[in-house]
Ligand binder design. Structure first.
Ligand code: SF4
Length: 159
């Protein structure tokens, strides 16, 4: 049996209850098809919000107390919020209220603005590599994504 923890995008979780992740887990397919043995989800939680500083702590807890052997960063981390329909000014206001400790807020705003203005959405989490490295330092494999259904849904909506 493989014990797995899942970490989701906090922003995205405000409007997503995790159905696609849960379906992929239940069906043992998509990103979970890689496991040939039984899988047990020992944690299903969010990064704690930008810039994802709590992800490592949560992963540590899953490893230490629940025996997590693998951590998946959910697909929404790679197709992430903030909401592209939200005016950039509102997003900037929200960002200004966040506890920026390890990351440069201006770089994030610049990247986000570029993404929103160019229409090249969805936006991906700008902190994903840092989150991944932080968790890998705990000695577990970190797997990118949980499912590919957003891609499928988006493709179908354009058909
Ligand atoms: S964009 Fe990244 S750091 Fe921000 S809430 Fe989502 S996953 Fe966490």
């Amino acid at each position: 049996m493989t014990r797995i923890g899942v970490i989701l995008c906090e922003n995205r979780s405000l409007t997503c209850a995790g159905l696609n992740c849960l379906e992929a887990i239940a069906a043992h397919d998509e990103a979970f098809a890689r496991y040939t043995d039984e899988i047990k989800i020992v944690g299903f939680t969010t990064c704690g919000g930008c810039p994802g500083n709590l992800a490592k702590k949560k992963a540590e807890s899953m490893i230490k107390y629940s025996g997590a052997e693998k951590i998946h960063l959910s697909s929404c981390v790679f197709r992430s919020m903030p909401n592209p329909n939200e005016p950039l000014q509102d997003i900037e206001t929200k960002l200004s209220q966040l506890p920026w400790t390890q990351f440069n807020r201006d770089d994030y705003v610049a990247e986000l603005a570029k993404s929103v203005k160019s229409g090249q959405l969805p936006h991906v989490c700008p902190f994903r590599e840092k989150i991944k490295k932080d968790i890998e330092m705990l000695g577990v494999e970190v797997i990118a994504r949980t499912h590919g259904r957003l891609v499928e849904i988006e493709r179908k909506s354009k058909e």
